[in-house]
Write a protein of this length. Structure first.
Length: 199
């Protein structure tokens, strides 16, 4: 009977258990970082062997952590969504309100439309991505709304524009452009952000 290692990372990138060894967690983070870099360069269909080589591990190690490609993609998306959400606080602490919102929106565009094609994954129907819409609602949208309302309170945003309306419009721009024209995605959302300003 095959023994179960309680310190091994759960398939699909589930949070590390309390007793997981620090080196095992570092290995998982190295693998996710390698996958992020390879996906950014070669797209979501990049060979798993390229990800393994970038991480300095065997292909079997990748599949032990992530039995299917969508499991790995979903884990990278979760990590990137959390990083994008966390960036909101850092931007708010170091930039004027409107500039913080503008910079965060460009990061969001890179995630949603240009870097990996998050919007496409969210609508793919694969069960590996089932939890991503909820994570988006819990992490990304509150981060955006906090920056938006901070800029509004500062008087930088027109008072008659609703945060949800703006986010809906930006999301649809990301869906329409996807990752084939990254500069266009950034430019269009940049124009949308500028439209928030008081004349």
């Amino acid at each position: 009977m095959e023994s179960h290692d309680p310190d091994a990372a759960a398939p699909g990138g589930a949070p590390a258990r309390r007793g997981q060894r620090a080196d095992a967690q570092r290995n998982l983070e190295t693998l996710l970082r390698a996958a992020k870099e390879v996906f950014a360069q070669a797209g979501l269909d990049a060979p798993v062997r390229d990800i393994a080589a970038r991480a300095g591990v065997g292909v079997g190690t990748v599949y032990r952590h992530f039995p299917r490609r969508p499991d790995l993609i979903a884990a990278v998306f979760r990590q990137e969504m959390d990083a994008c959400a966390d960036a909101a606080d850092a931007l708010a602490a170091t930039h004027p309100p409107f500039e913080a919102l503008e910079l965060w929106m460009q990061r969001f565009v890179d995630l949603a439309a240009t870097k990996y094609g998050l919007a496409r994954a969210l609508h793919s129907g694969d069960p590996a991505f089932d939890g991503l819409p909820e994570r988006r609602e819990q992490r990304l949208w509150p981060a955006f709304r906090g920056l938006f309302e901070r800029a509004r309170a500062d008087g930088a945003i027109k008072s008659d524009i609703a945060a949800d309306d703006f986010l809906y419009a930006a999301g649809h721009l990301c869906l329409s452009v996807q990752d084939s024209r990254p500069e266009q995605a950034r430019r269009l959302v940049g124009l949308l952000v500028q439209g928030l300003r008081h004349a």
